[in-house]
Design a protein around this ligand. Structure first.
Ligand SMILES: Cc1cc2nc3c(=O)[nH]c(=O)nc-3n(C[C@H](O)[C@H](O)[C@H](O)COP(=O)(O)OP(=O)(O)OC[C@H]3O[C@@H](n4cnc5c(N)ncnc54)[C@H](O)[C@@H]3O)c2cc1C
Length: 471
């Protein structure tokens, strides 16, 4: 946006009790910082950090009166960097840190600014968990609104399957509640439709009893074994316990202390393993996975759950240039495996030895994730056996071409195998036609358009994987 037409929002209400950050203010660079550095040139006009839900109402009513869109920032992990669009008015939810747990019922109420690591730490004090993602700095808000997949999805389903209610400030500035009983159409749309329908200030979940210690870590194999191991995993996982999570990553082997130094940074297949079942069964389950091939080492051990759910943090630091694109696969077929493994061998090298720059991940989608009917939530899972993602991250703009061209080539080669539906949170926005299919069949998209038309007829909430209102 050019400086000449950049709005200054000078008339933003003085009744707003939280903090306001405009370009040039001290604190603005920190308030503006988000995960994906590729959009670092974007300069929101005003970041309004709400003190409470009345502040959110103030920001929404201002945007409604001015006829302008409103962006929402919670954890700041949006792959598309849409928490901080250029020139925009942003309502910043990071002060919403409440975590209330009813230990007797397992009901947990969280503010929209809570991060996954904060949620996990608070809930495990009560021996509880809500299934969520894999990197502790991700926001519960954006993750939940898109669906939420992670280590516990085979055991307890997606995050949205465990959502009981939301408190929402709607586009006309009302505070409403969405649950199975109250505004069920809004509740359905919020469970996977992203930030299209209002600002969610609080989320209520059904948490589950969970052990404080789980078995977690990595099993790295040389890349030449990858086709055999992935095919073996495909068979094994069909009958594996729901307490087992395996993400298979084609990546340079990180410099793990338990792996001999000469294997560090060599092309590898890394199984990221979390087993949350009975401890006495852990050795047998981990042994089954290791026996799929000849591992470089087995780095899986009992660790506190909060450590397990931060295992990937080190390879996903904020502030790098990132692109992530992917698709659902009905099956991880031999052809798909061959393409991915060949591309792994041709991947550009890491720019930082601690952080793999070019990875391809296969997430197993089975167990409890597949229990709900497709129509139960906006989040789509129909026919999906696996989620595949290609992720590239680097530091310097001068390296954009190297990483992006490889990622785009891999995606183009695998795209014919992808289903039309996909998990929206782990892939960049690929355009309006693509968006029509990502939530499943046309009837689901029509239902989302109907909810959008009812709850946000002017498309105030458009800084997202946008669903345009109908007439
Ligand atoms: C390193 C990394 C690891 C990830 N790992 C996983 C994973 O394991 N599992 C998984 O499921 N996903 C994962 N994701 C994807 C993640 O779920 C999405 O990026 C999600 O949008 C992040 O939410 P946020 O609140 O952090 O982000 P934000 O950028 O703050 O929000 C993202 C978008 O959500 C909407 N939004 C946010 N807060 C609100 C609100 N309070 N009310 C209404 N709308 C809102 C807005 O449209 C906003 O643009 C990962 C992302 C990254 C970068």
């Amino acid at each position: 946006m050019s400086a000449a037409i950049r709005p200054s929002f000078d008339d933003f209400p003085t009744t707003f009790r939280g903090q306001c950050f405009r370009p040039g203010d001290s604190g603005y660079p920190e308030a503006r910082a988000i995960f994906n550095m590729r959009m670092n040139g974007w300069t929101p006009g005003l970041i309004a950090r709400a003190a409470d839900s009345d502040d959110v109402v103030t920001a929404v009513r201002y945007a409604a009166k001015a006829g302008i869109p409103l962006a929402v920032k919670s954890g700041g992990h949006s792959i598309d960097a849409l928490a901080m669009p250029d020139g925009a008015l942003v309502v910043d939810m990071t002060n919403f840190k409440e975590i209330e747990v009813d230990a007797a019922t397992g009901r947990a109420r969280l503010g929209a600014g809570v991060l996954l690591g904060e949620m996990d730490a608070a809930l495990i004090e009560h021996g509880l968990v809500v299934p969520a993602g894999t990197v502790s700095t991700t926001g519960v808000a954006g993750l939940t609104l898109g669906g939420g997949v992670g280590y516990n999805m085979r055991r307890f389903g997606a995050t949205v399957d465990n959502l009981l209610a939301c408190d929402v400030v709607t586009a006309d500035g009302r505070k409403v509640r969405a649950s199975a009983e109250e505004n069920p159409d809004l509740f359905w749309a919020l469970r996977g439709g992203g930030g299209n329908f209002g600002v969610v200030t609080h989320f209520e979940y059904q948490a589950h009893p969970f052990p404080g210690t789980v078995s977690a870590g990595f099993i790295p194999f040389t890349l030449d074994q990858a086709p055999k191991i992935l095919a073996g995993l495909r068979s094994y996982i069909a009958t594996a316990p729901r307490e087992l999570s395996v993400i298979s990553a084609l990546t340079p082997c990180p410099p793990f202390p338990f792996v001999s130094q000469d294997m560090h940074l060599t092309n590898a297949l890394l199984l990221v393993v979390v087993y949350t079942g009975e401890p006495e069964n852990a050795d047998s389950v981990i042994g089954d996975l290791a026996a799929l091939g000849k591992p470089m080492a087995v780095g899986v051990e009992p660790v506190p759950w909060t450590v397990a759910n931060g295992l990937l943090d080190i390879i996903a630091p904020a502030g790098r240039r990132v692109e992530s694109t992917g698709g659902y696969l009905a099956e991880m077929t031999d052809e798909v495996i061959e393409i991915a493994v060949n591309q792994a061998a041709a991947a550009p090298p890491p720019t930082n030895p601690m952080i793999p720059s070019a990875t391809q991940n296969f997430w197993v989608l089975s167990g409890a994730l597949k229990d709900p009917d497709e129509s139960a939530t906006a989040f789509s899972r129909e026919n999906a056996g696996w989620f595949y993602e290609v992720n590239v991250n680097w530091d310097d703009e001068s390296d954009d071409e190297t990483y992006l061209s490889w990622a785009h080539e891999v995606f183009a080669e695998l795209e014919p195998y992808f289903l039309p539906n996909v998990y929206m949170n782990l892939t960049h926005d690929l355009g309006a036609e693509w968006r029509k299919g990502i939530w499943g069949g046309p009837e689901k998209y029509s239902k989302l358009v109907a909810a959008k038309t009812k709850w946000d007829p002017t498309n105030m909430f458009r800084h997202n994987k946008n669903i345009e209102p109908g007439n």
